[in-house]
Design a protein around this ligand. Structure first.
Ligand code: NI
Ligand code: MG
Length: 582
């Protein structure tokens, strides 16, 4: 039996350590360990609830807008504020633009290098590469992208050659290049490297939508009761016709990139690595309150359904039973700390987030440590459960919910992909399934981005420029004590914020974050968290070479980890890339 430590897992946000036991090339046990702590939930106590969005969006440098929107929505729920329609539309535009950008970055910059061997691009012929790119576009049923030219592929090949010849791999340093598990043809590798570079430009360009409404990115500006930007097509000092025309252009470019680049590339990759639809299955339970971008101030079952993101009703799928979606009940959420370095008052084993606590009690070894998984407690991430069960959140959960609920566009895309690849719905609970679902969701999201924008502009033309409800701005208009919460479907999954306000100040604040749902550890019943279950759920996950754990990266990256979000946290070390302990 080999004990393997992968620390840190790279190409994610924050610090994640995975400890594994493997035998005969298969993983038998896994521990998901979040090795950083920050405590933002504690920092906001005693503060003005109207300021909290600015603190909590610093939970993360990636998922910034989403925490701000979750925060203002929770505070609005507590104080009874109802932002104007156009303010909600702007939040929807910001969320959707960020989500599409996030999914593209994930596929090209965080996940692709697990499937693409950069060094093999040198063996590719640019003419054949164009033919390959054209052929996968045809398979996906879309026109080949304008960037798929022989000249561009030749140029990228020359760039890769100069990088490799220099001996300094720059952004490609440290990859497991030459690992036998890489199996894309040379032309696919060259095309993918070209699109990796194109996606760098694209993501920078499209996130400007957020900067128009939020002033900057990351960490744009928000406002309890509305939005902090003024809109008026006829004024020079507000968001006006000039920016509206620019945004229309950026959305058109995003639409083209997602349909003609991301979709064919993702389909091609998961088809070549089809065996990954039978690898990395995690817990068969899924939770979502709608499509990506769905935002609720208060209970999602009774909330505002005016956005295209709320076209799919909240729901929970247990045991992969797509025929019987269960209603979503927010009272069934609880966060346990059996495996986490916290303590709860009294004898509580798990707490609902409306009464949640964040009290640190570190019982782990003094760093540097060799092994954490032998102790009951081994992580800073709490372990959220729904009705006592670990659940998956994120693109796969949302796509399965939309599919099960008969959402037409999602169903068409998923059925098309499953037919083209030759897989069954149950296989979507897998490493490749999570990658595919993220791409399906990018397609549906970029399409509704256009719909939301058109309706926003339509209302603007009718003179609807109100973006702020001032009626509940003054604390004197609030009750002495009030509680509120919000649910938002963000890039990595279901996010909820919970606030209690007393005498105009925050008395309690809790965030239950997608990566906490996914990266949390075992509970007192021994149930593994979703990351752990994906690696060691059934003893079949491959690990061919413990010194180069490429298969582990593929599966963990398929969740798109964001550890800063998971613990709202930060810490030390992890100098070693990976260590084989015994
Ligand atoms: Ni994050
Ligand atoms: Mg929390």
């Amino acid at each position: 039996m080999a004990r393997v430590v992968v620390d840190p897992i790279t190409r994610i946000e924050g610090h994640l350590r995975i400890e594994l036991e493997a035998e005969g090339g298969k993983i038998t046990k896994a521990w998901s360990e979040t090795t950083q702590f920050r405590g933002i939930e504690e920092i906001v106590q005693g503060r003005d609830p109207r300021d909290v969005w600015a603190f909590v969006q610093r939970i993360c440098g990636v998922c910034t807008s989403v925490h701000a929107i979750a925060s203002i929505s929770a505070v609005e729920n507590a104080i009874g504020s109802n932002p104007p329609k156009q303010a909600k539309a702007i939040r929807d535009l910001v969320l959707t633009a960020q989500e599409v950008q996030d999914h593209c970055i994930h596929f090209y910059h965080l996940h692709a290098l697990d499937w693409v061997d950069v060094t093999k691009a040198l063996e590719a012929d640019p003419v054949k590469t164009k033919a390959f790119a054209d052929s996968i576009a045809k398979t996906a049923g879309v026109p080949s992208w304008k960037g798929n030219t022989v000249e561009r592929f030749a140029e990228v090949k020359a760039t890769v050659k100069s990088i490799v010849d220099s001996g300094q791999l720059s952004i490609f340093t440290g990859g497991y290049w030459g690992h036998p598990a890489y199996k894309l043809p040379a032309e696919a590798n060259l095309m993918a490297v070209a699109h990796y570079l194109d996606a760098l430009e694209f993501q920078r360009s499209m996130i400007r939508i957020v900067t128009v409404f939020g002033g900057k990115n990351p960490h744009p500006n928000f406002l309890v009761g509305g939005m902090a930007c003024s809109i008026d097509p006829n004024k020079s000092e507000t968001v006006n016709q000039v920016q509206i025309d620019q945004i229309a252009q950026w959305i058109a470019e995003a639409d083209e990139f997602v349909h003609r680049v991301y979709l064919p590339d993702a389909l091609a990759v998961v088809t070549v690595y089809k065996e990954y639809f039978d690898i990395g299955a995690s817990v068969p339970n899924f939770m979502a309150v709608g499509m990506s971008g769905a935002t609720y101030s208060g209970d999602p079952n009774t909330g505002d359904k005016s956005s295209p993101h709320t076209a799919v009703a909240p729901g929970v799928i247990m045991n992969m039973d797509l025929a019987n979606v269960q209603p979503f009940d927010p009272t069934k959420i609880a966060e346990g700390i059996f495996s986490a370095w916290y303590t709860y008052s009294g004898d509580a084993k798990a707490l609902h987030p409306s009464v949640g606590e964040t009290t640190v009690k570190y019982t782990g070894p003094k760093p540097p440590y060799q092994w954490l998984g032998d102790a009951d407690k081994y992580t800073w991430s709490k372990a959220p459960r729904y009705d006592g069960k670990p659940v998956q959140v994120g693109p796969l959960a949302r796509v399965l919910l939309a599919y099960a609920r008969g959402h037409e566009r999602t169903k068409a895309l998923v059925d098309f992909a499953m037919g083209a690849i030759g897989i069954k719905p149950a296989q979507l609970n897998s490493t490749a399934g999570r990658a595919l679902a993220r791409c399906v969701e990018a397609v549906t999201s970029v399409e509704v981005l256009g719909t939301i924008f058109d309706s926003f502009v339509e209302n603007l033309k009718k003179g609807d420029i109100d973006v702020f409800d001032s009626s509940k701005w003054e604390p004197s208009s609030w009750p002495a004590q009030a509680s509120g919460f919000s649910f938002v479907e963000v890039a990595r999954g279901n996010l909820s914020h919970w606030v209690t306000i007393k005498d105009g100040k925050v008395d309690r604040y809790q965030a239950v974050v997608p990566t906490t749902w996914l990266a949390g550890g075992r509970d007192e019943e021994g149930q593994q968290g979703p990351y752990e279950a994906s690696l060691a759920g059934d003893g079949t996950h491959p690990l061919a070479d413990p010194d180069r754990p490429l298969e582990v990266l593929r599966t963990i990256h398929s969740f798109d980890p964001c550890m800063s979000c998971a613990v709202h946290v930060l810490d030390p070390e992890g100098q070693e890339i990976q260590v084989v302990v015994s």
